[in-house]
Design a protein around this ligand. Structure first.
Ligand code: SAM
Length: 263
């Protein structure tokens, strides 16, 4: 199992969040203590006040709606990925692997809940997934831990997924031999407020916020200097390109993958 626990310039939590620990599992207690310490008194709220609760329990680390704290919530679960090679989720005909191409060493500079990173690792790429949020990073470590407790999933991952808790803008500057850097920033806020109840995307937004275009551009520029081959950026179809000179664009149904040659 491969992850760095060191908090290398990871970015502090922006909103207050409630933390509930309902387990005696040493691994989870350690993770919860790290988060509680990081949040400090001001960063923690009671479940009555905060929309989301970070719940450490029997099923691992979950983001739960505080109003439904006894119901299961969002956790990182790589076991839900259909692992049949070459089909569905793991087909190399999808726009993301097409954008990455034949290269094998990939840094996912914006890991989030790690689904892209895990799918790429299951396809055979060697992936370093970097996440700046300590809360999301803890959920990623928990997800990878559970995935590797499953012998078949562990074998399919082949030790090719590494999780790093850090700000990629800084971490990338020390990396060597990375062929491709992949960036999937948060989407900008929608003009219309959704009438839907808060889901996984809203949960992520409440933890890390919306895209900051200036920071995304800074990360993109550093990625161009770090990658030896190319930088791939995922954008919603309606958003403008991150730069004017992509070498290729691979379009999906709601997003596109812009490919840029490294400098
Ligand atoms: C849209 S999500 C990525 C979703 C991911 N591709 C997936 O499949 O689950 C964007 C994530 O990038 C992270 N992020 C944004 N800027 C970052 C940076 N400079 N360093 C590390 N993580 C960053 C955010 O905290 C957020 O969790």
């Amino acid at each position: 199992m491969s992850f760095s626990k060191t908090r290398q310039s990871s970015v502090p939590q922006r909103n207050g969040i409630a933390v509930v620990v309902d387990t005696l599992d040493k691994r989870l207690i350690e993770e919860s203590q790290g988060i509680i310490q990081l949040l400090g008194k001001d960063g923690q709220e009671s479940p009555e006040v905060s929309m989301f609760t970070l719940f450490f329990g029997r099923d691992g680390i979950e983001l739960r709606l505080s109003q439904q704290v006894h119901h299961s919530g969002k956790r990182v679960d790589f076991l839900t990925i259909d692992r049949r090679i070459g089909t569905g989720n793991l087909s190399k005909k999808q726009p993301l692997p097409k954008a990455i191409g034949d290269h094998t060493a990939v840094v996912d500079a914006t890991a989030g809940f790690g689904m892209d990173a895990a799918r790429l690792a299951l396809m055979g790429y060697t992936v370093t997934a970097i996440e700046q949020s300590p809360i999301i990073s803890a959920m990623l470590r928990d997800g990878l831990w559970r995935a590797e407790m499953d012998a078949a999933c562990k074998e399919a991952l082949g030790g090719r997924l590494t999780i790093i808790e850090s700000d990629s803008t800084q971490y990338l500057q020390h990396l060597k031999g990375v062929e491709v850097v992949y960036i999937d920033p948060m989407f900008p806020p929608k003009r219309k407020k959704s009438a839907l109840p808060p889901g996984h995307i809203q949960a992520l937004q409440s933890i890390v916020g919306f895209e900051d275009p200036v920071k995304t551009k800074e990360l993109f520029n550093i990625a161009l200097q770090t990658a030896t081959q190319r930088v791939v950026v995922k954008r919603p179809l309606h958003a403008p390109q991150i730069a004017s000179n992509p070498t290729t664009i691979h379009e999906g149904k709601i997003v596109r993958y812009e490919v840029y040659r490294s400098v």
